[in-house]
Design a binder for this molecule. Structure first.
Ligand SMILES: Nc1nc2c(c(=O)[nH]1)N[C@H]1C(S)=C(S)[C@@H](COP(=O)(O)OP(=O)(O)OC[C@H]3O[C@@H](n4cnc5c(=O)[nH]c(N)nc54)[C@H](O)[C@@H]3O)O[C@H]1N2
Ligand SMILES: Nc1nc2c(c(=O)[nH]1)N[C@H]1C(S)=C(S)[C@@H](COP(=O)(O)OP(=O)(O)OC[C@H]3O[C@@H](n4cnc5c(=O)[nH]c(N)nc54)[C@H](O)[C@@H]3O)O[C@H]1N2
Ligand SMILES: [Mo]
Length: 761
């Protein structure tokens, strides 16, 4: 294609400090401040009328699915609407009155916008019509839909091989859009389908498939009130899954106990004032965590081994601690696990995990006596080098207790994006599934490719090396979500064509290929010509979602329409499949899904109301697909970190005011941080040792592979975090994570244990 000069794009934006205010962390989650924050945010963004109309339809049976997270809806939603503060912010962000339209792009070049902060870029508003950035140009200009599809079709035809194209998916797409996209990509001839899951719960998928035979969790919402113990490990539900607090509250009200395992004492897990109840608004709320185990970053395996070792000691002493009947009937590898626990030294484990021994005993006492145990986790376990083993160690504990395949017990990987699980179920994956390929061939008459595709990390490397030249994204913000920001930005900019199907402007539109297209699409909240789509929640239930608001512009197309049009443009009029019709008729897509995949029979009908569950072998204790038909115990290694004296382990987390790369605001209310995101939490004794002052400005520097990566200018905040550990927000810190630092087996970037030094700024 063209040799136009490279644009002068900043991959990270200019650094500017705003107005930092620090208070003590909040003592509880939600309550009146939660309602106030939600209303303030929503009415500012979307206008009061539009926002109230939207909020009242959220997560109701006839409403739309909240784009905030994948936590399931209760069977009987509250009359107030089943919303939460951060769900409200997600809606406000989509229903905003701001527009990134013709006049916006005339006024601002991509070079200029790239210097803005992510917060500022996000506030540009909704994209109103298709835009193109032509080779060498620095201003996006309007383009027709027809012309856009023609350019995509031609660019795909110009490739030497289908494997030179990358098709990314973020987890907000509906099942219908995702299925059609996966079908098109396979018909085009590649499995290059990286998705946000690669950066998220991929480690859970791998670990659960290998141990229990399905890459999904086993519990349903109704298990929570029945559970005797819930362990929340590596997850911050107060901010990221606020509706989960209601489930924890129900468990507590029924006498259940909550163990929290986290380097931080997150407010949302301490006390909850349920905004859906009068007592929650006026009263003191419900205390949640009973036992807090303040583990060092990435030492969960050490801690879990220690817990199991102490349990084994009691069991060997004659107490009935382990469920031997379950273990002998349903599992394999018990003796190997016991042998492994035997050879670890208790003091070493204790020292590695850094948790108070008496606190661990409290947890052991509880776990010894109870058998209905749920373990919930999220990114605190998955985004480590040993992410897969972190989760396998949790499965070990559940298997020992027989806590799988019965009521009130099981695995609960809490999903991130509202339909990330559904997208995978209907075929978004870079792996080859022989059975899926066979069914697609039967139903559609073509043979899908049998070559393994590229995941996120491998796709970035392929683009960087010039081996992939077209990048198409169904949603998301690839450059800011992925690791090694500068490297990823270069990778995207070296493409001939980048295409983003998006609702709002983000940094990926700026780190554009030689030619770039932005194709604007309807959000979840918006009316789609009386059509509905379906999504799958974190617990495997599929249900409808139908937008209620007037679309922000008459020029938007739905995601399935856009995919249908791209496919039709590529395959032309003599295509075997009528892509345009599929793209407009969602009942037809659902009919095809039900023919290709198991569990979707009578799809359209059954998705009404509260929807239907997909089959789940673990839930019913069926491990027939695994070796010997048994669930597998695993022997996991201790994570190794060889730190120099001046090195720290950094975890990169979400603040209370962001959705992934979308920055809603500058506060992290529960952690007592206001007005600033460039902060890093540090243990006060570590600060004292190095004579560092609160709010002193430092740089974070990582040093892998001999190359220095630097995230400049962060203010130090003394915080209750284990010594040797640091915590800061992403995406600002993604520049520190090298592209080839990813988890074994799942390839998930290691965003929660980055080895860094701090240097004077
Ligand atoms: N409001 C809001 N909601 C969201 C999102 C959002 O950005 N904003 N994102 C969505 C998405 S895609 C996802 S994947 C989820 C993410 O949900 P979470 O995983 O809850 O998100 P993080 O902020 O990454 O928080 C990780 C938690 O793990 C802890 N942690 C970090 N390292 C370790 C460790 O080594 N061991 C242990 N035990 N704990 C550790 C951190 O202290 C923190 O409490 O939320 C979803 N929901
Ligand atoms: N350092 C670090 N990095 C991380 C993480 C971390 O914890 N630490 N977490 C990782 C995780 S868990 C995830 S899931 C990824 C997230 O990676 P992505 O899913 O790629 O990122 P998002 O920020 O969720 O994408 C936001 C963009 O999606 C678009 N969008 C929003 N709604 C819609 C819609 O309905 N349709 C379409 N087509 N587009 C829409 C908007 O344009 C918006 O700008 O980030 C990962 N990156
Ligand atoms: Mo995620």
């Amino acid at each position: 294609m063209s040799d136009a000069p490279k644009r002068n794009i900043s991959a990270t934006g200019t650094i500017e400090f705003s107005n930092l205010k620090v208070t003590e962390p909040s003592e509880y989650a939600a309550g009146i401040p939660g309602i106030k924050a939600a209303l303030e945010h929503v009415s500012k963004e979307a206008g009061l009328f539009r926002s109230l109309k939207t909020l009242s339809r959220m997560n109701q049976k006839e409403g739309f699915d909240c784009p905030g997270c994948a936590w399931p809806d209760p069977e009987k939603p509250s009359k107030l609407g089943e919303y939460c503060e951060n769900g409200a912010k997600a809606i406000a962000e989509e229903a905003t009155l701001e527009r990134a339209d013709r006049s916006f792009f005339e006024k601002h070049s991509v070079e200029e916008i790239s210097t803005w902060t992510d917060y500022h870029i996000g506030k540009s508003g909704r994209i109103t019509e298709p835009f193109i950035l032509r080779p060498g140009a620095i201003h996006y200009e309007p383009i027709s839909w027809a012309e856009s599809f023609k350019i995509i079709g031609e660019s795909l035809h110009a490739l030497d091989s289908p494997d030179e194209a990358i098709f990314y998916t973020s987890g907000r797409s509906s099942n219908e859009a995702a299925f059609l996209y996966g079908l098109f990509v396979r018909a085009f001839g590649t499995n290059n389908m990286p998705d946000c899951s690669n950066m998220c719960h991929e480690s859970s998928g791998v670990a659960l498939s290998e141990t229990l035979g399905i890459g999904k969790g086993s519990v349903v919402l109704e298990d929570f009130p029945e559970a005797e113990v819930v362990i929340v490990i590596g997850q911050n539900p107060g901010t990221n899954h606020p509706r989960m607090l209601t489930a924890l509250q129900k468990c507590k009200e029924n006498g259940g106990k909550l163990i929290t395992i986290n380097p931080l004492s997150e407010s949302g897990l301490n006390r909850f004032k349920n905004p859906q109840q009068l007592s929650g608004i006026l009263g003191s709320g419900t205390a949640l965590t009973d036992i807090f185990l303040q583990v060092k970053i990435n030492q969960d395996v050490s801690l879990l081994k220690l817990i199991m070792k102490r349990l084994a000691k009691r069991h060997n002493g004659g107490e009935k601690v382990f469920d031997l009947e379950f273990i002998s009937k349903k599992t394999s590898g018990y003796q190997e696990l016991l042998d492994d626990l035997e050879h670890h030294n208790e003091d070493e484990l204790l020292q590695l995990c850094g948790v108070d021994s008496k606190q661990i005993d409290l947890a052991v006492e509880l776990l010894a006596k109870k058998s209905k145990i749920i373990i919930c986790w999220a990114m605190g376990l998955t985004q480590h080098k040993n992410g897969v083993e972190n989760i396998k160690e949790c499965v070990n504990l559940l298997l020992l207790k027989g806590s799988i395949g019965k009521k009130g017990a099981g695995t609960c990987p809490v999903r991130g994006h509202s339909n990330v699980q559904g997208d995978r179920s209907v075929g978004i994956m870079h792996h080859v599934s022989e059975s899926l390929n066979k069914s697609i061939q039967n139903v559609f008459g073509f043979q899908p490719p049998n070559k393994e595709g590229l995941d996120t990390v491998n796709a970035i490397q392929a683009m960087h090396k010039g081996k992939a030249k077209v990048f198409i994204a169904l949603g998301g913000n690839f450059v800011s979500a992925a690791s090694d920001t500068i490297y990823t930005s270069d990778a995207l900019q070296s493409c001939d064509l980048t295409v983003s199907v998006s609702t709002k402007l983000n940094r990926t539109h700026l780190t554009a290929g030689k030619t770039a297209l932005i194709l604007p699409t309807l959000g979840r909240t918006e009316k789609d010509k009386k059509r509905f789509v379906t999504v799958e929640n974190s617990m495997g239930k599929v249900h409808q979602s139908e937008g209620r608001l007037k679309p922000v512009s008459e020029h938007l197309k739905s995601e399935p329409e856009i995919i249908g049009n791209i496919a039709q443009a590529y395959f032309g009029d003599d295509a075997q499949i009528d892509w345009n019709s599929l793209g407009t008729d969602y009942d037809l897509i659902r009919e095809k899904i039900s023919l290709v995949l198991n569990g979707y029979q009578e799809y359209s009908n059954r998705s009404k109301g509260s929807g239907f569950y997909l089959p789940n072998n673990t839930r019913v204790g069926d491990f027939s697909k695994l070796p010997g038909g048994k669930a597998q115990f695993s022997v996991c290694e201790l994570p190794q970190h060889h730190l120099e004296k001046d090195e720290f382990v950094l975890m990169t987390v979400r603040s209370h005011d962001q959705f992934n790369t979308t920055i809603y605001g500058m506060n992290d209310r529960y952690r007592g941080i206001y007005g600033e995101r460039r902060v890093v939490f540090m243990n006060p004794s570590d600060m004292k040792k190095r004579q560092l002052q609160p709010q002193q400005v430092i740089d974070l520097v990582s040093c892998y592979d001999g190359k220095e990566r630097r995230a400049e200018k962060f203010k130090l905040i003394p915080y209750d975090i284990p010594s040797g550990n640091l915590c800061a927000y992403f995406p600002e810190t993604n520049v520190l994570v090298p592209i080839d630092l990813y988890a074994d087996k799942s390839n998930t970037p290691v965003s929660k244990s980055v080895i860094v030094k701090i240097q004077a700024s």
